[in-house]
Design a protein around this ligand. Structure first.
Ligand code: MLT
Length: 412
């Protein structure tokens, strides 16, 4: 079982004379939430059996908004780092009503024996904190008023993978599996995959706000972004809002230009198609454009995986994404402002949705960006040419160390 979220009610005796939840009471609420989380999972004897007690070495709390008696706060706990004898937990408390972020905290624990000597973190702790629930579902996190399914793996510097339309987090399966030194975060965007699909309220701004709220919940100040297609449009929106939080940028099979008038009309046609024929109709229409002729010919299992993924979408999410893409702004003026952000642009040589010409516009527009054109791939390079795409990502992430620089255009 994955670590559950814990709801706790604020009691009047935890509040000060101003009627707010008192700052000192937060510490015990965070502790109660951790205790509950453990009690509903392996229990405290998980640590006692290993003769290792987790002792708090450092606590840091940030207070974001007041809470009042009767408020129900939802506590989410994530593992940020595991060392040999220590680990770091990140906790957030959000008011369930209105989903307001109330406080976030980071705790460093050292495991000690009865004599107070440091001992190894119990085997299985990292796995318990990071595992999925038995049904194979993702971690459920409520952010910005919507419940998202999010794959979170590993610890270390963070990379946020943003999928395209009408897809889900699983397009990054090979990259998420490979980047062992990184904390990999691959959400299903609102309206797609296992995330909630509200009827209204979709825009590039909303998707970006969801992801910023997700980063806040996970306590991540800085990430590398890796966006595919619509995920790239959202990455541009994130850059407009929070460029200081982006440490590096990978743009795959995407474009900076807005939709042309003809493109906007095609969105309206696709919306009518989704309303009439559902996700199945969209999947049938899109499959031949998503994959290269070579992938369609040589990898029928992958074609079936992508078709099923597209056909499983909620119509509300499809309509929302189509409207959001139709109305998105032109991001080409932004490109020259991204000179401080190391950037890798990747495109399938046979991508018909966002062509290599569009990728060149991005790579030429962002000073210092590198372009890689991947032969044999269509619009889904990370799936169609997974080893090549993963190698490009790995090499780019290595180059983010301060002394390394790479530059230029290439075809692999
Ligand atoms: C995507 O893959 O996200 C979309 O196909 C992009 C688009 O239609 O503009």
């Amino acid at each position: 079982m994955a670590p559950p979220d814990v709801d706790l009610t604020v009691y009047p005796d935890e509040c000060d004379s101003f009627g707010h939840l008192n700052q000192a009471a937060f510490l015990s609420l965070f502790e109660r939430a951790r205790w509950e989380m453990l009690a509903r999972g392996p229990g405290m004897d998980f640590f006692t059996r290993a003769a290792a007690s987790p002792a708090v070495r450092k606590a840091e709390i940030e207070y974001h908004a007041p809470a009042f008696p009767g408020d129900v706060l939802r506590f989410q706990t994530t593992l940020l780092h595991v060392g040999h004898t220590s680990f770091t937990l990140r906790q957030s408390a959000r008011r369930v009503q209105g989903d307001a972020l109330i406080a976030t905290a980071e705790f460093i624990f050292v495991c000690i024996d009865r004599d107070g000597r440091p001992v190894a973190v119990p085997a299985g702790w990292e796995q318990f904190m990071n595992q999925r629930s038995p049904g194979g579902t993702l971690r459920r996190l409520t952010v910005n008023g919507v419940n998202l399914g999010v794959e979170i793996k590993g610890t270390g510097p963070a990379i946020l993978f943003i999928h395209g339309y009408p897809l889900d987090h699983s397009i990054w399966q090979a990259q998420v599996a490979a980047l062992e030194d990184w904390m990999r975060i691959a959400p299903d965007l609102r309206g797609m995959g296992q995330s909630d699909a509200p009827d209204l309220g979709y825009s590039m701004a909303t998707y970006a706000e969801d992801l910023l709220a997700l980063l806040d919940t996970l306590g991540l100040k800085e990430v590398v972004l890796c966006g595919l297609s619509m995920g790239g449009y959202i990455a541009f929106e994130l850059l407009r809002r929070a460029q200081n939080r982006i440490r590096g940028l990978i743009l795959m099979d995407t474009r900076a230009e807005a939709d042309s008038p003809e493109g906007k009309r095609a969105r309206d046609v696709a919306m009518a198609q989704a309303r009439e024929g559902g996700a199945q109709a969209i999947a049938d229409a899109m499959l031949p454009k998503m994959l290269s002729p070579r992938t369609l010919r040589e990898n029928p299992a992958l074609a079936e995986q992508v078709r099923k993924m597209m056909a499983s979408m909620e119509v509300a999410g499809l309509l929302g994404a189509l409207g959001a893409m139709r109305d998105r702004p032109d991001s080409t003026p932004l490109l020259k402002e991204l000179s401080g952000i190391p950037t890798l642009v990747v495109v399938g040589a046979e991508d018909q949705v966002t062509t290599p010409d569009s990728a060149k516009i991005i790579a030429d527009g962002i000073p210092g960006a590198r372009l890689a054109i991947v032969s044999g791939a269509g619009h889904l390079t990370p799936l169609e040419r997974a080893p090549e795409a993963t190698a490009l990502v790995v090499e780019f992430l290595r180059s983010l160390s301060p002394e390394a620089h790479s530059h230029g255009h290439e075809t692999i």
